[in-house]
Design a protein around this ligand. Structure first.
Ligand SMILES: Cc1cc2nc3c(=O)[nH]c(=O)nc-3n(C[C@H](O)[C@H](O)[C@H](O)COP(=O)(O)OP(=O)(O)OC[C@H]3O[C@@H](n4cnc5c(N)ncnc54)[C@H](O)[C@@H]3O)c2cc1C
Ligand SMILES: *[C@@H]1O[C@H](CO)[C@@H](O)[C@H](O)[C@H]1NC(C)=O
Ligand SMILES: *[C@@H]1O[C@H](CO)[C@@H](O)[C@H](O)[C@H]1NC(C)=O
Ligand SMILES: *[C@@H]1O[C@H](CO)[C@@H](O)[C@H](O)[C@H]1NC(C)=O
Length: 483
């Protein structure tokens, strides 16, 4: 033992000198969903300096609102964020650099679709039963014509609206974009702010859509994608309409793999089962406290979760605009739907995608077939605003072998005009990615907002580096006694 001391002493001296001189900012991220994981990735990617990145996650797995449900038969299905748009460039890039596979999703929803008003299908497409390509294509065309006959030019106006919004959104991939301190500034730069200040209904009327189209097809899409009505904001409405086109994809094995891969690629330290319950401002940064009593010093904190239902104790308290989250109950049923419930003679007469109108007595927003094993054995996904009771499920389904329930605090309850929390909550280094969710909530918007917050943090940290370093040095000297 004694002979080791001469070796240890110089090492110890080096360690102390390093901890004082080589300043490595400690960045803490709260949440391992798409926002938190892409923030970790972008921090690493944009930073020329050394950074230590810690990701706190309350659950035992990463991904947050992107998760799979295991139906007990080996099939894992997306239970939360499921479809990715072909123009979602960050998601596509992540998938590529992580070596994940894209799973192309079939475009056949339009071909077996019904709009339910609580007592009848007010619109129903022809079911394709033939396996011959010619007649499939023919029926598919007939179905498109049926939509066209009902809504006429409105469908083109609708596409124009979606295309115009998408074109503006694509500006966020511009490498020369500025760094934004507020969500308003970010949206204004892309000419998207106005659409967050009026309702989707009003916007679409301005684009020439008829009330019938708005009250039927548009309403159906808003209910499926955001569990809400035509009174959501124009921006959220356009994003939701984007989710009704074609060419969607998902990550093979689950979209959560993106989050897992990004955290790994960023070489961030992942702390699972670590629920953050306090954030306290201290000299030179913050002290994060977890439910289990762990404490960690951070120079900067990125909050990558919506704060509306989290109970983090901020000292000093933070002030952000009130926001209500829309809950979506996702119920997965393996079994078979009950044609009687829909007044249909047989199961094959029930559309595989059932959308619903905004009528309070309808107890669900949508029901669709996710997987078909046999004519009397399928997996369905039901979205509803309230939980589906067993009694109700027993009326809607005639056979129910497996049922799984999810209650998601899903996305903001959109209310135009939207007001936004800032990206920086305390004018220092407490950042909030999900302030952007009032514009729209998707996998891609999470990544886009995370990129901006990562750049904002690095730019502010760069500027503050000197003063921060002095603070940290004095802290570190004190800390040595605690260690
Ligand atoms: C049913 C449903 C369907 C959807 N469909 C789609 C779709 O098809 N396509 C699409 O693009 N988007 C879809 N979305 C939206 C999309 O899933 C979300 O916008 C996105 O996943 C949000 O990611 P996030 O990282 O910002 O938040 P989250 O995924 O919510 O991540 C936040 C993370 O923080 C953790 N956390 C929270 N508080 C704490 C704390 N105090 N301490 C530690 N950890 C904490 C949470 O456990 C969570 O893991 C859907 C959402 C739902 C609910
Ligand atoms: C950052 O991303 C670019 C591509 O966008 C890549 O070429 C580069 O290697 C990345 N840098 C790091 C440090 O990850
Ligand atoms: C639903 O549609 C049917 C058929 O068009 C109609 O008779 C019924 O009144 C409608 N119900 C509601 C609640 O609008
Ligand atoms: C990853 O981070 C750890 C510290 O958390 C560090 O020791 C290691 O060198 C890093 N690895 C790479 C490849 O950057």
């Amino acid at each position: 033992m004694v002979t080791m001391i001469p070796f240890l002493l110089p090492l110890l001296a080096v360690a102390i000198v390093e901890s004082v001189c080589a300043f490595t900012p400690q960045i803490c991220i709260v949440g391992s969903g798409i926002s938190g994981s892409s923030a970790a990735y972008f921090l690493r990617n944009y930073s020329a300096e050394q950074l230590d990145i810690y990701v706190f996650e309350q659950n035992s797995q990463v991904g947050g609102r992107v998760a799979v449900v295991d139906m007990g038969d080996g099939s894992k299905l997306e239970a939360g964020g499921s479809i990715i748009h072909p123009k979602n460039l960050h998601a596509a890039y992540f998938t590529e650099i992580l070596g994940l596979k894209k799973l192309q999703l079939a475009d056949d929803d339009d071909d077996d679709f019904g709009m339910w008003n609580g007592s009848a299908f007010i619109f129903k497409t022809q079911k394709i039963v033939s396996s011959s390509f010619i007649s499939r294509a023919w029926i598919s065309t007939l179905n498109k014509l049926a939509f066209l006959r009902r809504y006429r030019l409105g469908l083109f106006y609708m596409n124009n609206y979606v295309a115009a919004t998408l074109a503006k959104f694509l500006r966020f991939y511009d490498n020369s974009k500025p760094i934004f301190e507020t969500v308003e500034a970010m949206l204004k730069w892309a000419n998207l702010y106005e659409s967050t200040q009026t309702t989707c209904e009003r916007e679409l009327q301005n684009y020439g859509l008829s009330d019938q189209l708005i009250n039927e097809l548009i309403t159906v899409i808003m209910r499926v994608n955001y569990g809400q009505s035509k009174s959501i904001s124009g921006m959220a409405g356009a994003v939701s309409l984007c989710g009704s086109g074609g060419n969607f994809w998902a990550v093979e094995g689950g979209n959560w793999r993106m989050a897992a891969g990004l955290i790994q690629l960023a070489n961030a330290s992942l702390l699972l089962n670590s629920k953050v319950d306090s954030v306290m401002k201290v000299d030179g940064g913050y002290e994060i406290g977890t439910e289990s009593g762990d404490k960690r010093f951070c120079n900067a904190i990125i909050l990558a979760t919506s704060l509306d239902e989290s109970q983090i104790d901020f000292r000093p308290p933070i002030q952000i605009p009130r926001r209500k989250m829309q809950h979506t109950h996702a119920t997965f049923v393996r079994g078979i739907i009950n044609p009687d419930y829909f007044g249909m003679p047989s199961v094959s007469d029930v559309p595989s995608f059932i959308g619903t109108l905004e009528i309070p007595t309808i107890p669900f927003s949508s029901i669709n077939v996710l997987k078909s094993y046999a004519n009397d054995d399928k997996i369905y996904k039901v979205f509803s605003r309230m939980a589906m009771s067993d009694d109700l499920l027993d009326r809607v389904f005639s056979i129910r072998k497996i049922t799984k329930h999810f209650d998601w605090s899903a996305y903001p309850h959109y209310e135009a005009p939207e007001v936004f929390a800032p990206f920086v909550l305390d004018k220092r280094h407490l950042y909030y990615i999900n302030a952007f969710e009032n514009a729209a909530s998707t996998i891609e918007t999470g990544a886009v907002a995370a990129e901006n917050v990562a750049r904002l943090l690095l730019s502010k940290l760069g500027g503050d580096l000197l003063s921060l370093q002095q603070n940290v040095n004095s802290r570190k000297e004190m800390d040595q006694y605690d260690l």
